[in-house]
Design a protein around this ligand. Structure first.
Ligand code: TPP
Ligand code: MG
Length: 666
């Protein structure tokens, strides 16, 4: 019997995709069938990975940006030998299966990032390639190429229509990320039909303009043209795009080239016809042994990783210090004296009482901590001087300086966020990046993806309220605090002074299981915590700042409005009304504490009044909140103090609410 042909190997992918989608009666067979030949060449001839260890640090990364074609990836992972069985494929799209509707990081071994929201996978890949380049520059030597892998990405028309592909690919061109190799599935079809009606730009010219290495007009069903193009792309010092002409649902006599095949099962009858046309003569989910043997990469993968391990051992002998550092980067472990560092800064600040904006305090934290955390990788979307995301020894990462640790992302908030996801997913670096809080909307879906993928990405979002003043309502976030708090597994910190800012940074850095947003003020704040005993309480997300044993109400404040809460409490005190003042810098963290702690902070017998310069929505679900001194409409353009006064975010307003609720005359 002759060895299976490349067509046979690609057809196994098609068969598994057709059958799994049919069995689930849901899914997307068209793309896997259209990209099967490309995937076969890439995974059988080029991809370096180890199915026995999906976490091998120097594996080539593979990103399926057109994530609706998830069955292509699952079939590849199954056939090459990952821990993904035929049973798992039969459970495609079923509850708690390892084969969810779209590829999900952390659920399926071998899935390097979660995709489905089109376009973001490309940006994730750009982030992975940035991480690869940065780590290679720090650790490789002439003789040892420990970090040396490609990042391969599949994308479709949809990904390239999405604006984020422009953001990410433009930056990738400037940074000359030659290890990115993007396969464009140029099938001329998206959900609404043939794309000529809505997508006609010249993709090769567009990518040439970005400075990419463009390989146009590849026949995406011809293995030798595909292989030649990949070999050429690997030689380029620029990122490469391989424009592959394909047929969606290739092989299906009646559904190929139709939008219908994009997202619906082909149907039993059409599957029979397709299998006949392709020469697939085996039953559903029964891949012949010679085909599965030809696909299997377990022994090759083992060999590749073992070779790498040997290389690492020799490196370790020759450069013990560098090897130790690389290990500490890869484990992202914090220095042993980490908590002492935090305490030292806190002690100093409690003595010095710096009065500043929290964005400034954030920079002071960076200056103090960054020398001890070389694996932090900073940046800003063109607002470095406003976000204060740089520190005194920050070095700019660029095509000529891959040793840099600070990236100018340019005005690309969404791109930055999705690139940071890629950096975090790659491993070895912890990314943080800044923009104005109001533009978190631009980045929002990528922030959501950081949370879904449980990635340690730190968003530094300054100018966090009307307190930014004169730039006016276009720049004043109103609904953003509440709306970011709605994202599960995202910790939003809104510190009220330098010490809370320090703890917010500490917690964001320590938090391995998800992203954090630091919402920071532009304006100077008068408040700071001056009691060291409170550090531990801040870490819990909410705490009693000022307690009164005869308290009749709680005043809750966050960030820049905490000082108004304190002022109001003093005014109330002076007229014989005792209140507690509660600071809740991180609502989600506070809500994760047990009820005993929460009740010890927010006495359930008392009502609460909240002050926060943002929409009131959200707070009413909280404890006994009876009133919110907030803003349920857009802001104004004026100096900050005037806006607070004009919009009624004042200590008097808080006092009046408390008196009202106590039934006392105002
Ligand atoms: C951001 C985003 N918008 C919309 C969708 C819904 N959607 C999924 S696939 C698709 C069409 C994609 O067309 P193309 O990339 O050409 O895929 P093909 O049909 O060729 O596989 C759309 C609109 C999505 N997944 N993500
Ligand atoms: Mg398409």
């Amino acid at each position: 019997m002759s060895a299976p042909s490349q067509k046979d190997l690609a057809n196994a992918l098609r068969a598994l995709a057709m059958d799994s989608v049919q069995k689930a009666n849901s899914g997307h067979p068209g793309m896997p069938m259209g990209m099967a030949d490309i995937a076969e060449v890439l995974w059988n001839q080029f991809l370096h990975h180890n199915p026995n260890n999906p976490h091998w640090v120097n594996r080539d990364r593979f990103v399926l940006s057109n994530g609706h074609g998830s069955m292509l990836l699952y079939a590849l992972l199954h056939l090459t030998g990952y821990d993904l069985s035929l049973e798992d494929l039969k459970n495609f799209r079923q509850l708690h299966s390892k084969t969810p509707g779209h590829p999900e990081f952390g659920i399926t071994p071998g899935v390097d990032t979660t995709t489905g929201p089109l376009g973001q996978g490309i940006a994730n890949a750009v982030g992975m390639a940035i991480a690869e380049k940065a780590l290679a520059a720090r650790f490789n030597t002439e003789e040892f190429k420990l970090i040396d892998h490609y990042t391969y990405v599949f994308c479709g028309d949809g990904c390239l229509m999405e604006g984020i592909s422009h953001e990410a690919c433009s930056l990738a061109g400037t940074l000359e990320l030659g290890k990115v190799i993007l396969f464009y599935d140029d099938n001329g079809i998206s959900i609404d039909g043939p794309v000529q009606g809505w997508f006609t730009e010249n993709i090769p010219e567009r990518f040439k303009a970005y400075g990419w290495n463009v390989i146009p007009e590849i026949d995406g069903h011809d293995p030798s043209s595909i292989a030649a193009a990949i070999a050429k792309a690997k030689q380029s010092s620029k990122p490469s795009i391989l424009c592959c002409k394909t047929q969606i649902a290739f092989g299906s006599p009646n559904k190929a080239n139709t939008a219908e095949s994009h997202g619906s099962p082909l149907g039993e009858a059409e599957i029979l016809l397709t299998k006949k046309a392709l020469g697939i003569d085996y039953p559903a989910f029964e891949i012949p042994l010679d085909i599965s043997a030809a696909w299997n990469k377990k022994s090759l993968g083992k060999k590749w990783e073992e070779e790498w391990n040997q290389q690492f051992e020799t490196y370790q002998h020759k450069y013990p210090e560098k090897a130790r550092q690389l290990q500490s980067y890869l484990s992202e472990s914090l220095p042993e004296n980490w908590k002492d560092l935090i305490s030292e800064i806190a002690n100093r600040w409690i003595m010095e009482e710096p009065v500043c904006a929290t964005r400034k305090a954030s920079q002071l934290v960076l200056n103090a901590l960054l020398p001890h955390l070389p694996f932090l990788f900073g940046g800003s979307a063109d607002l470095t001087g406003s976000n204060n995301t740089n520190w005194s020894n920050a070095k700019i990462f660029s095509k000529d300086n891959p040793l840099g640790d600070y990236l100018h992302y340019g005005v690309r908030e969404f791109g930055m966020a999705a690139i940071m996801n890629g950096i975090a997913l790659h491993g070895g670096l912890i990314p943080f990046g800044g923009t104005f809080l109001v533009f978190s909307d631009y980045a929002r879906n990528a922030i959501r993806m950081s949370a879904l993928m449980k990635q340690r990405v730190i968003y530094v979002m300054t100018h966090d309220s009307i307190g930014l003043g004169e730039d006016g309502p276009t720049h004043q976030p109103i609904e953003h605090l509440a709306s970011l708090r709605l994202i599960p597994n995202l910790d939003l910190w809104r510190p009220a002074g330098p010490i809370e800012t320090l703890i917010a940074w500490e917690q964001a850095i320590e938090r391995r299981e998800g992203p954090s947003v630091l919402a920071l003020s532009r304006q100077n704040l008068a408040f700071d915590v001056l009691d060291k005993a409170l550090l531990e309480k801040i870490r819990l997300g909410g705490y009693v700042l000022k307690a009164h044993n005869k308290a009749r109400a709680n005043i809750i404040g966050t960030g820049s409005e905490l000082e108004l809460a304190i002022k109001a409490s003093e005014a109330l005190d002076s007229i014989g009304i005792a209140v507690n003042v509660i600071s809740i810098p991180c609502v989600s963290r506070f809500l994760r504490q047990n009820s005993a702690y929460r009740n010890s902070v927010l006495d359930p017998k008392l009502f609460s009044v909240v002050v926060e310069a943002g929409v009131s929505t959200g707070w009413f679900a909280f404890g006994n909140v009876k009133a919110v001194v907030g803003l349920d409409h857009f802001g104004e353009s004026a100096p900050a103090k005037a806006i607070y006064q004009a919009l009624g975010i004042t200590s008097e307003a808080i006092v009046n609410q408390v008196k009202n609720l106590l039934g006392e005359s105002v």
